[in-house]
Design a protein around this ligand. Structure first.
Ligand SMILES: C[S@@+](CC[C@H](N)C(=O)[O-])C[C@H]1O[C@@H](n2cnc3c(N)ncnc32)[C@H](O)[C@@H]1O
Length: 451
């Protein structure tokens, strides 16, 4: 990614001395937020990557000011359709930001004094009075989703449910931690965090989860540095519970990425057995390595593969006790954290993903031993990436049977309305949107070799 601005203090650099409005925002901070928003709205790179790069290049920006920039950018992304409707289809980043603050955040006019020019303030005053014509909006506009996505989510649902889902997706996500069972337990970590002034409560769904109030900075907290916890959404934790790996087993995390779930699986195995972490991305696997060390795991073996038919996988055929396929997907279940995805994805990108998902699942299934378990998961809300893939897999693989996700979770004391397959959503469960299907390989002959 190209740097968008030179480093150091210059015009627009946030300083402690600059005058701030009643909301604590200064003119230079507005300039920074506008710059980042402009870069994000080109949709060339994921919003979180643009923000991280900006903050790396501007270490002088404090925690609170970073919060303002990130929340403003994410606020605009969440409500982009609505904002363009009230601010005009041609509105640039500065206007969209002003419109968000005036209408989305409900700033009073006095907050704009000193931050916006007279012309801008006149425009904002007019905007505040403007009727955005809510009555004439389509369901996709009210949901602040692109038409194609609203249509797909509406299939098998109704308008009220779609709007409830969209509103839950258009809110910021809570902050969940996963206790590293190798290093601590939930009660001990809760006590430690509360003693440090954190608002912390046990997660309602995952037995390994703690939910924090607010968005405290955690990277330098001693309990983070000593590996006692990782940040992981409760929904994601339930996927690890569906895999339910045991001590001494051979487990494969087929799409391990930077290891969000690998670390959970490794801790559930108590750092015994062998846990292979495959991925096609060297960059992501590189990020897993320091996390393994911090977590105190010695059973994880990261392996870079070229694709799902890589020859490195052959020797594991029919050997794994558990295989997780946390498939590459549209990510639309994570819109609370990645609101730009709804504008970055398209029917074409989803169609490509679907082909890849089917291919990865079929390849990963070859590694499962008779009697072993296979879990297919995504963080998508789209039927074609979820149930349709699971249905097609079962139809083409009679050597596998479906296992009810609800029963696997209930056996671990996790009471959730899962039924056959897990469908989590921010509206119903206050987690990110996740899907998971569990399969078991029947005893029988091994698969024919891969073509
Ligand atoms: C949803 S992400 C995984 C997230 C990770 N499991 C976690 O919990 O942090 C999907 C991953 O699949 C990887 N991937 C894409 N194509 C793949 C393939 N053919 N085989 C294995 N992994 C692949 C991507 O690089 C990405 O890291």
């Amino acid at each position: 990614m190209k740097p968008r601005a030179a480093k150091g203090r210059r015009q627009g650099a946030v300083s402690e001395e600059a005058a701030r409005n009643p909301a604590g925002v200064s003119r230079p901070l507005m300039v920074q937020a506008t710059q980042v928003l402009g870069a994000v709205l080109s949709f060339e790179h994921p919003a979180d990557a643009v923000l991280s790069q900006h903050f790396r290049e501007h270490r002088e920006i404090g925690h609170r000011d970073r919060g303002f920039i990130a929340e403003s950018v994410y606020g605009v992304l969440r409500r982009l359709r609505w904002l363009r409707r009230i601010a005009g289809a041609e509105a640039g980043p500065r206007q969209l930001l002003l419109a968000w603050l005036a209408r989305g955040e409900g700033w009073p006019m006095r907050n704009f004094e000193g931050l916006a020019s007279t012309t801008e303030r006149d425009w904002v005053a007019e905007l505040k009075a403007r009727d955005s014509g809510e009555g004439d909006l389509s369901v996709a506009e009210r949901a602040d989703l692109p038409d194609w996505l609203a249509e797909r989510l509406l299939a098998g649902s109704d308008e009220a449910a779609l709007l409830a889902l969209a509103h839950s997706l258009n809110r910021p996500a809570p902050l969940d931690l996963r206790v590293n069972l190798l290093k601590s337990d939930r009660d001990a970590l809760l006590a430690r965090l509360r003693a440090d002034g954190f608002e912390a409560a046990p997660g309602a769904l995952s037995p390994q989860a703690i939910r924090l109030g607010g968005k405290p900075a955690l990277q330098k907290h001693p309990a983070f540095l000593d590996g006692s916890f990782e940040v992981q959404d409760q929904g994601s934790q339930l996927l690890g519970c569906l895999v339910q790996p045991r001590r001494g087993e051979m487990v494969v995390d087929f799409c391990a990425g930077a290891g969000g779930k690998t670390l959970q699986l490794g801790a559930m195995m108590r750092s015994t057995g062998r846990l292979y972490a495959f991925d096609v991305s060297e960059r992501r696997l590189a990020r897993l390595k320091p996390r393994m060390a911090r977590a105190g795991l010695s059973n994880v073996h990261p392996v870079l593969i070229a694709h799902e038919h890589d020859a490195k996988l052959k020797r594991l055929a029919g050997k794994a006790d558990r295989v997780l396929v946390d498939a590459p997907c549209s990510g639309l279940g994570t819109l609370r954290r990645n609101p730009d995805l709804k504008w970055r994805q398209s029917p074409g990108s989803v169609a490509e993903m679907v082909v890849k998902q089917g291919s990865i699942l079929a390849a990963a299934a070859r590694l499962v031993r008779p009697g072993g378990r296979l879990v297919y998961a995504t963080c998508s809300l789209l039927e074609e990436e979820n149930d349709a893939i699971a249905d097609a897999f079962l139809a083409a693989h009679p050597q596998f049977r479906a296992v009810a996700a609800g029963e696997v979770l209930a056996a671990q004391g996790i009471a959730i309305d899962a039924g056959e397959r897990l469908h989590l959503s921010p509206a119903a469960h206050d987690t990110d949107g996740f899907f998971a299907a569990v399969f078991e390989r029947l005893s029988g002959p091994a698969d024919a070799p891969a073509p």
